[in-house]
Every structure is written in structure tokens, then in C-alpha cells.
Design a protein around this ligand. Structure first.
Ligand SMILES: *Cc1c(COP(=O)(O)O)cnc(C)c1O
Length: 234
């Protein structure tokens, strides 16, 4: 356990150095980048120890883990849902999370709005974009994003604050760059439109490609294995 926590501390130091360097390369301010710790499969005692090293944002991708683990967090952090969410499970997570990053259909959006309304909450959401047009990934097609945003702004109990995406997996992470560029372009386009919303979050970049995502404009990166080590699925 001691060794594991040392590793986590060192990993976080390294990641922060890498974030700073990526920002330096493109003239960005590292304060603009939110590091979201993805704790899926990680035991709760380890998660809680890791929070002592400056983690303020935690993410899970499964309803089961959200429900089991988020109430046990030892520190007040921002809680993110980042995995595919079925409509019939929205009621389980609605009071447990601060932001749902994985909004991938209009029907899901409407369900979140109605469940949020029932507990008098305004839920922050991101629109998930399937930027690589991958069959095994969820998310709106690039062409559908405007319509998704225009629906979101009509719903009173959700607040759209940005976009989320995953780049396709490559052995050479440099190949992710065009996908991140496309996301940034879409993000900037939405920002310029005259909606009365604050598009401030561009959530993209994971353990293997976050430096490239930052160079291309990410404001939020979701990091699991680079912090906690390789995931052990039980
Ligand atoms: C697991 C996961 C991550 C983090 O993946 P790592 O490669 O371990 O950093 C980020 N985003 C989503 C949606 C995930 O499911």
C-alpha cells in the first residue's frame, strides 16, 4: 500500500510536469487545465489516499461504481460521470454526480433534465462527440452536435458547459492529433454562436495522448492508468 501511494504521488508529479511542458510548447497557462482522476476499478482506500496529492476532480464510467464509491470519497471533489449511461439508470446517478460528460443522445439529455428537475438540481453536462466515427464508441456524430446543443439549451434543468471526446487508439499517439484539432474547431465554432451558454470545457485526452490533447486545446484531461497503474479487472 505504501509503495502504491508513493507511485501515485510520483505519477502525479510526472503528469503535472508533462502538463506544464505541453502548455509551455504552445503558450498556454497550465491553470487552464483540469486534471480529472479516473478511478474506475481502483479500490476506495487507494482513491482516498490519492486525493491528498491535489486531486480535485474524480471520474467513474460505470453507474455501479458511481453509486458505490462516490459517497465514500474522503474529500469534497467534483464528481464526473464519463461512461455510457442508460436512460433507466439516470435516477441512480442524478444526485451522486456534479457533471455528466457522456451525454450521447437527445433522449438521454431529456431524461437527465427530467430527473434533475425532480430533485431541483441543475446538472452540468458535456456533449460527447464520436469524433473518430468509431462503431464501438458512443457519442453524437460531428454533424449532429449543433442540434444537440440547440436541444440542450431549451431544457431548464441541464446546463451545457462543453464537449467531450475520445480519440481513436493508435500505437503512435501522434496520430490522435487530427481528431483533437477537429474537436477544438467544433468547440470554437459553438463558442462563437450566439447561444446564451458558457462553453468552457473541452474534455479530451487520456493517459496515452493527453499532452497532444493539451497542445490542441483541451481544458480538461481524464487520466486513469497513468496515475493508478494498469487496471486490474476482477
Ligand atoms: C477509462 C477512461 C479514461 C481514462 O483512461 P486511461 O487511459 O486509463 O487514462 C478516460 N475517459 C474515459 C471515458 C474512460 O472510460
Amino acid at each position: 500500500m505504501k509503495q502504491m501511494v508513493n507511485d501515485i504521488e510520483n505519477n502525479l508529479k510526472q503528469i503535472r510536469t508533462n502538463i506544464n511542458n505541453a502548455c509551455l510548447r504552445v503558450g498556454r497557462n497550465p491553470d487552464e487545465i483540469t486534471l480529472v482522476a479516473v478511478t474506475k476499478t481502483v479500490d476506495m482506500d487507494i482513491v482516498n489516499l490519492s486525493l491528498e496529492y491535489g486531486i480535485n476532480d474524480v471520474a467513474e464510467n460505470k453507474v455501479q461504481e458511481v453509486v458505490r464509491k462516490f459517497p465514500e470519497l474522503a474529500k469534497s471533489v467534483k464528481k464526473h460521470m464519463i461512461g455510457h449511461l442508460q436512460r433507466n439508470k439516470v435516477n441512480k446517478v442524478i444526485s451522486e454526480v456534479d457533471i455528466i460528460e457522456s451525454v450521447d443522445s437527445i433522449r438521454l439529455m431529456r431524461e437527465i433534465d427530467s430527473r434533475a428537475a425532480s430533485i431541483n438540481k441543475i446538472m452540468d453536462i458535456l456533449i460527447q462527440v464520436n469524433i473518430g466515427k468509431e462503431e464501438n464508441k458512443h457519442g453524437f456524430a460531428e454533424e449532429e452536435v449543433i442540434e444537440a446543443v440547440e436541444t440542450a439549451i431549451t431544457l431548464e434543468n441541464i446546463r451545457i458547459v462543453g464537449l467531450m471526446a475520445m480519440a481513436p487508439m493508435f500505437d503512435d499517439s501522434e496520430k490522435t492529433r487530427p481528431y483533437f484539432k477537429k474537436m477544438k474547431k467544433l468547440f470554437d465554432k459553438l463558442k462563437k454562436m450566439d447561444y446564451n451558454i458558457e462553453m468552457k470545457v473541452l474534455s479530451m485526452g487520456m493517459s496515452g495522448d493527453y499532452e497532444i490533447a493539451i497542445e490542441e486545446g483541451a481544458t480538461s484531461i481524464r487520466i486513469g492508468s497513468a496515475i493508478y497503474g494498469r487496471r486490474l479487472y476482477k
